[in-house]
Design a binder for this molecule. Structure first.
Ligand code: KG4
Ligand code: ZN
Length: 331
């Protein structure tokens, strides 16, 4: 049975995981850098790279010990090679290269977005290609038709901010700290989603692309009036964001070739309101809905290991050890 060691270090989570071909996660560990970055209200690349460098090797060691598996028993090593903060990506990729060289195992350089895109298949063995995917994270907001490992048709992207970025920036405006998404979701539970009039950028437009910069600016203006409670602002922002993604995803589904399911992945997929709205939308199209469990939504190494499993089992060639980390790398 295939066994892959996965490494993730593209943003502010240092993570390692061992995943089997039958979807069992033998062990996984994540070291979050939330505390280091919180005073700055966002991820500081230099601090992130240093923290990855300090933590990654002990984390890999911990995962191998916990699973009681020697590196020699792994079939491959998979690491995020981009897109992301280049210093962090380099730490993960160089570590993976060193392990691959020392153990004579193949290296799979995984696109972080592919990790997110395939994560629902790690959680759900019944999810078949092709599926419609809304990929919503801190850095990306895309609608894809996932046709197979390495086969992605992109139907939409954001023309400015990513959805997670809009959550984070709105949270910052409201003084909710970093990371903003979970804080906005929590506070929104106490607010009225209709209290604050906010725009729905690009709603109704022909192409299914996204835009969130105008929504964030409207949150700023509403906040500055002092007329609204933070809870009402959070709830109204979340509702406006949801309306946008439902409208855009509906548009994409109307023109997309046949798919087996509507799937959401990436950090913002952890949001219950987002999940609920998309589940209803899937129902409108007579499609099953799938979303990974919460720990697989935000950055983790199990999804990177799983992408490695899929690449290995699909017969992809291993990547060369001189492969470069890529700060930008579209799927
Ligand atoms: O996928 P991820 O962990 O990292 C990237 O690849 O970007 O996504 C992180 C993003 C952040 O913007 C964070 O605020 C957002 O996901 N996020 C959420 C929630 N949990 C994380 N946004 C809304 N509601 C949540 N519960
Ligand atoms: Zn991510």
């Amino acid at each position: 049975m295939t066994l892959v060691l996965g490494i993730e270090s593209s943003c502010d989570e240092t993570a390692a995981a061992l995943v089997m071909g039958d979807r069992r996660i033998l062990a996984q560990a994540i070291a979050s850098q939330e505390e280091e970055h919180a005073p700055y209200g966002g991820v500081v690349p230099e601090i992130a790279a240093r923290a990855h460098a300090e933590r990654l090797t002990p984390l890999i060691d911990k995962v191998l010990r916990e699973a009681d598996v020697p590196l020699a028993d792994c079939d491959a090593i998979a690491a995020t090679a981009g897109p992301g903060l280049i210093g962090g990506v380099m730490v993960g990729l160089v570590t993976a290269k060193a392990l691959a060289m020392a153990s004579a195992k193949p290296l799979y350089a995984v696109n972080h977005l592919e990790g997110h895109a395939l994560s629902p298949r790690l959680a759900d063995a019944s999810l078949r290609y092709p599926y419609a995917l809304l990929l919503v994270s801190g850095g990306h907001c895309q609608i894809l038709r996932v046709e197979g490992v390495g086969k992605y048709q992109r139907l939409a992207t954001t023309i400015d901010d990513a959805l997670g970025e809009a959550f984070d920036k709105s949270a910052k405006i409201m003084g909710l700290g970093y990371p903003g998404g979970p804080a906005v979701e929590k506070l929104a539970l106490e607010g009225n989603p209709k209290a604050v009039p906010l725009p729905r950028p690009l709603k109704g437009s022909k192409e299914p692309h996204f835009s969130f910069a105008g929504l964030k600016s409207a949150v700023l203006r509403a906040h500055e009036t002092g007329e609204f409670s933070r809870a009402d602002l959070a709830a109204s922002f979340q509702q406006a964001a949801l309306d946008c993604i439902l409208d855009r995803t509906r548009k994409a589904l109307e023109t997309m070739d046949e798919v087996s399911a509507l799937v959401v992945a990436g950090g913002v997929a952890a949001n219950q309101t987002v999940r609920g709205g998309l589940e209803t939308l899937a129902g409108e199209f007579g499609l099953p809905f799938a979303a990974p469990p919460l720990p697989l939504c935000t950055d983790n190494a199990a999804m990177i290991a799983w992408a490695g499993v899929e690449r290995l089992e699909a017969g992809f060639d291993a990547d060369p050890l001189d492969l470069k980390a890529r700060p930008r790398w579209p799927l």
